[in-house]
Design a protein around this ligand. Sequence first.
Ligand code: GLV
Length: 315
Amino acid sequence: VAILLHNNGYGDHEWHQALSHALPEHNIVRFVDGPLSKAQCAEIEFAVIWDHPVGDLANYPNLQGVLLLGAGTERLDRDSSVPLVPIARLIDPAVLQDMAHYALYWVMDLQRGYLQYRAQQALSQWHRHPSRAVADFQVTVLGLGPVGSAVAQQLQLNGYQVKGWSKSQHHLKGIECFHTTEQLPTALHNTDVLINCLPLNSNTEQFIDAQLLSKLPKGASLISISRANVLSEQALFDCLASAHVQRAILDVFEQEPLSKNAPHWQHPQITVTPHISGATYARTAAILIAADIRKIQRNEQPSYPHQHPAHLVLA
Ligand code: GLV
């Protein structure tokens, strides 16, 4: 069995090694080495990919499964020629933990005002600011998939008051979960920090818009770690200008890498990180991918199956 590997340049060599190690019985074929011949295409049974060219997956007549090297599916969703085979998202607990820690770090920073103290040190200023108790500090997590749930639970374990809102009903210990559009204002009420963990799809594009942001109390902050297009950048910039939103911690951008002249870099209320809240680890991920490949070979569902929108229409 041959497996197509394409991680679009992100550590291709390391990935090849990790996958070959996890699947020693299979031939791992790197897409980056050039287009495959017809005979090579016929051997490919699984595609382990990220940011793969639209249309290419239709070239493998014996394809049995698509394994994404990440959690987000929006790029694959845009490719309507994806064959009707199981699709697996990569959800690595090690990455979920990193994302939860990223959120916790910035929530603590916002709650305790550490940024201010850093600025004060530069000015040799000894000045204490009133502090908010952790139990009174409210964080609202939008999106309660694997990422949002991990984030919400990490914050709850650390004593924060956590609410969650998601498209479907969730039950998480110690977290008030909401799910309908009608419940959204209640979820946003009294929020100190809003965290965007929503996946990008046709329902969530520009979901965090001026109207949604207006439901936050004045002075709330935003952390965005899923996809930038869930958020209206214009609405965010307007809210920062009016101080309705105090600070934004952004890990994801409409265009990545963020261009040198993007206004975010120099904005005093914005913190930029280069999409690192949860970077994939080849070694642990290869083990999860190998397990999913074996599941698909046994006609079982992968751990985190994804329904492609084009397949939904066909079904
Ligand atoms: C990364 O952005 C991912 O979707 O896993």
